[in-house]
Design a protein around this ligand. Structure first.
Ligand code: ADP
Ligand code: MG
Ligand code: MG
Length: 910
């Protein structure tokens, strides 16, 4: 049997893999290979495949037997390329061991740097570099990372008193600096670092009960295993759940020759974005640190320097930029930026290190960005000719559009107040909410009150905080730069975020934050407002407003519509919502809920007539009440039809169980008793008679019209008269009648008789020949899906009511399921909440059947969806694939649905 290739080499200008091989090599590995092929300076290394990770897990956490042979073989090539040997006492090669999954999971998995330093190699490296300070600095870093990643986390050791070994070692370092009066790590001398290393070694033994391995070989094997293990670390698992990343993808491992940014003042390390990830502006955007290694830039230990003039801000403008300090290397980096953007045709996030004036590229990946930036970049790159318009459409994630439609702080409100503190604008938009000081508190608060708006305030965030960050409306940190963890994650999620608000003195234990130079104190539960676009924090609740002023947005949506083939409508019940929907690009109303006019403000009078109707004892009483109600229903229908001039509007007949409208207050009951000429007790009694044990499956929808045809008749008449009147006014109303909760064609036939009769009467009364309208039904009961061919004999259109259809298919009550759905999703019994995204394998199967069977009876049958899921991008794609004519969703989701539909057409269209 030929051996499985587990190890892919990269280095010089060659590589075994390339940028397309993300599934096998992980994003980092594939792009390291690609950068080599582009001729960029990348330290040589090798990538162990993601398949090997899965083999490791299948093999009871043992490395596959053929792996290390391939690694050592690959190592020979690295050694040749770098002119050093791993474990060599004279010129030792050091390595990094890095995780890298298919999808980027920033900071979620682990990396170990400086592997290979041990008593056998330290003297040689000192001699070779003549820089003992650098060697011991690297050594203490290795110990910190190795003890944390390999010896503690990978072994599954629970830290004592919640304090991990890394924290313990960090505290020793801090104490040491404090004793010496040092502010920065860079002030530590070689001797001091050597002493620290000794003390680290002892502490590791004491805390973890094992020696730090003094052997290069053992260090490498331990690191590879630990990186595999980190795929199932707590943070990584949690992140995968939020981002919907499958567990069986696995991570690749990149073993790469180290280059050193910590060799002195001509060495440095940095991170950059090829364009501004918050705004999308076409400027090189980054941060760097002199004499530093790896994570120092993102860890917020020192305030990073600006890369260039474009990256200067209040916090860092006094620090030297690379543009000023190392102009030649900066120029080389700018050239690399261009090469990369031309090749990847996208904004990239890069990591680089400078070792004694030589630049190395360590990573590149497509950069996370806010929705605003995604849109601006797509449109600019289209303009620059870097991408075509199809690609531009695909560049914006539909769910990110939401953010563009989300509120910003109303500038008028903002003028009235002064910010109490300022930070860096890491995630734009606005958030107003109550402050908490820990991720746990944020999660707990949200559990108590799901409508709560929370602002997570921390010194800095780390991967352990992601659950709390997810439930928060905004994030505020006192430390960190534009590439800190908080900034990266918030941008990825389109969340409002301010970092590096240096004047905040945060005490996470006491749950207070003082503001230096003022007597303002922020306590848990205090309301603050964040302007994430400016980085301003206010102690007041400011007003918010819509953010659709971006002119590129309209242009982008026009391109989107060029590719879209499926219709998008909105669910709207009032002229105001209808107008909003049209503004967002809706092409009709897919669901007008008649009953909503009784819930609205100022609905007292029609509601009173409705109640009278409900509590009527006989048809005569009921008809009288319906007559009183009629003008209100007609007025409301007409007003919305008028707004929707020239576009279809689907009226759904009265749907909810009647008892929902029965008055509970005594005063209202008495008023009704008087109007009906009966006693108060009788009103109460009639109300009680309407009580149902299981109203969701009770006397509702079409069933009301079966029992009381006059109720349907009134609504149908209101609709036809409103239509006829508008026609007389020269308008072009296009009404559709939709019958809810049907399970048999007979229900549709009975109702159609009323429609036909009323139609004739209205035409005669209003002296018109013809009104164009459609007659159809909601499909929301499984039986209706099964009998769709029959239903379609009467119905001219179907509209899937996926809320009820999901309820009836799962047997999950839509009003009660929130109490247990979370247990199903978190335990992965079901992939997602089926009330938010269509359950494609179950509910979806019924929909597919209904479309096919319905069209077998009526080939031109129009089919849409009007459940909540109609605005969910994955559900929109599903509807497209099943040949639906349109989706209908709430007005604010219309742009999202338009984009999702266009992307589905590009991806799955013929
Ligand atoms: P992450 O995926 O969390 O970004 P990385 O694997 O990129 O983790 O590594 C963490 C840090 O170590 C980064 O700052 C990276 O630049 C640095 N690093 C990784 N490999 C090397 C190397 N071979 N030489 C120098 N620095 C490295
Ligand atoms: Mg990285
Ligand atoms: Mg329904």
């Amino acid at each position: 049997m030929s051996e499985i290739k587990r190890v892919y080499y990269f280095g010089g200008k060659s590589a075994d893999g390339d940028g397309t091989m993300k599934n096998l090599l992980g994003g980092k590995g594939a792009n390291l290979a690609e950068m080599c092929l582009l001729g960029l300076p990348v330290p040589a290394g090798l990538t162990i495949t993601t398949e090997t990770c899965m083999a490791y897990y299948a093999n009871d956490c043992q490395l596959p037997s053929d792996l290390m042979d391939q690694v050592w073989k690959g190592m020979k090539k690295i050694e040749e390329a770098m002119g050093m040997k791993y474990g060599d006492p004279n010129a030792p090669l050091l390595l990094s061991c890095r995780s890298g999954a298919r999808a980027s999971m920033p900071g979620m998995m682990d990396t170990v740097l400086n592997i290979g330093l041990c008593s056998a190699t330290i003297p040689g490296l000192i001699q070779k570099t003549n820089n003992p300070r650098f060697v011991y600095d690297s050594y203490r870093r290795l110990m910190m990372m190795y003890a944390d990643v390999v010896m503690e986390k990978a072994e599954g050791l629970e830290p004592t008193e919640g304090k991990g070994i890394r924290k313990v070692l960090d505290e020793i370092l801090d104490e040491f600096k404090h004793e010496k009066g040092y502010k920065s790590d860079t002030e530590l001398t070689a001797d001091e670092l050597q002493m620290l290393a000794d003390s680290f070694k002892k502490t590791i033994k004491k805390v973890l009960g094992k020696e730090f391995p003094d052997d290069a070989h053992e260090q490498l094997v331990g690191s590879i295993k630990a990186v595999f293990k980190s795929w199932n670390g707590k943070k990584a698992v949690s992140y995968r759940r939020i981002e919907n990343i499958p567990d069986d993808w696995g991570t690749a491992v990149n073993v790469q020759a180290m280059v050193f940014g910590n060799m002195g003042d001509h060495s440095a390390t940095g991170v950059a974005f090829t364009r501004n990830p918050a705004t999308g502006e076409n400027v090189f955007y980054g941060e760097w640190l002199i004499n530093a290694q790896g994570e120092d830039v993102v860890a917020g230990i020192r305030t990073p320097n600006p890369l260039n003039d474009d990256t200067k801000n209040e916090q860092n403008k006094h620090l030297k930029s690379m543009q000023e300090f190392m102009p030649e290397i900066y120029k080389e980096l700018c050239d690399i930026r261009n090469v990369l953007e031309k090749s990847f045709r996208d904004m990239l996030d890069i990591e680089f290190t400078i070792q004694e004036d030589k630049l190395y590229m360590l990573q590149c990946r497509v950069g996370k960005r806010t929705g605003t930036a995604a849109l601006n970049m797509a449109m600019e790159m289209l303009d620059e000719g870097l991408i075509d318009d199809k690609t531009a459409v695909m560049r914006v994630d539909p769910s990110q559009l939401d953010e563009l439609l989300h509120p910003i702080i109303d500038p008028n409100s903002e003028k009235k107040f002064t910010p109490v503190v300022k930070g860096l604008p890491a995630g734009p938009g606005a958030a107003v909410g109550k402050v908490v000081f820990s991720s746990e508190a944020a999660v707990a608060w949200k559990k108590r009150d799901k409508h709560a708006h929370i602002i997570l305030l921390r010194k800095e965030t780390n991967p352990e905080d992601i659950d709390g960050m997810e439930v928060s409306s905004g994030i505020l940190t006192s430390l960190g730069g534009m590439t800190s963890h908080a900034a990266l994650v918030a941008r990825g999620w389109g969340k409002c975020c301010i970092v590096g608000a240096g004047a905040l003195e945060v005490d996470e234990v006491k749950k207070v934050a003082k503001i230096k130079g003022s007597n303002v104190v922020i306590k848990e539960g205090d309301v603050v407002s964040l302007n994430g676009t400016k980085g301003h924090v206010y102690m007041e609740a400011l007003d918010l407003m819509d953010a659709t002023e971006n002119p590129l947005f309209q242009h982008f949506m026009a391109i989107v519509d060029k590719y879209r083939t499926m219709g998008v409508r909105a669910n709207a019940d009032t002229p105001k919502d209808a107008r909003q929907a049209v503004e967002f690009g809706a092409e009709g109303i897919g669901l007008f809920r008649t009953e909503h006019m009784f819930y609205a403000k100022g609905a007292e009078e029609p509601l009173f007539h409705l109640r009278k109707m409900i509590l009527s004892k006989n048809e005569e009483e009921r008809r009288k009440a319906l007559d009183d109600l009629f003008p209100f229903v007609k007025r409301d229908m007409k007003a919305t039809l008028e707004v929707m001039d020239g576009m279809p509007l689907t009226f759904r007949l009265l749907d909810p169980p009647l008892h929902e409208f029965v008055p509970q207050e005594k005063a209202k009951q008495e008023e009704l008793a008087k109007a009906l000429g009966i006693k108060w007790e009788d009103v109460v009694k009639r109300g009680e008679e309407l009580h149902e044990t299981n109203p969701m499956m009770g006397h509702r929808g079409v069933r009301l019209g079966i029992t009381y045809p006059e109720i349907s008749e009134m609504q149908i008449r209101a609709m036809f008269e409103a239509t006829a009147e508008l026609m007389a006014e020269g308008k072009k109303p296009i009404p559709e009648i939709m019958v809810p909760v049907t399970c048999d064609v007979s229900e549709l036939d009975v109702t159609k008789k009323i429609v036909d009769r009323v139609y004739q009467e209205v035409c005669t009364e209003m002296k018109i020949d013809k009104i164009d309208y459609l007659y159809g039904t909601m499909i929301e009961i499984p039986r209706a899906c099964l009998l769709a061919n029959k239903m379609a004999e009467s119905a001219e259109f179907f509209s899937f009511g996926t809320n009820d259809l999901t309820q009836m298919t799962f047997g999950f009550s839509r009003d009660d399921a929130s109490a247990f759905i979370h247990d199903y999703t978190s335990k992965k019994l079901i992939p997602a909440d089926p009330f938010q995204t269509i359950d494609q394998s179950g509910v979806g199967e019924l929909m597919e059947m209904a479309v096919v069977r319905g069209r077998s009876a009526r080939p031109k049958l129009k089919v849409g969806i009007c459940g909540e899921q109609g605005g969910d991008p994955a559900s929109v794609a599903f509807c497209f694939k099943n040949g639906l004519n349109y989706v209908s969703c709430s007005p604010y989701r219309v742009p999202i649905a338009r984009l999702a539909a266009a992307q589905a057409a590009i991806k799955f269209g013929k």
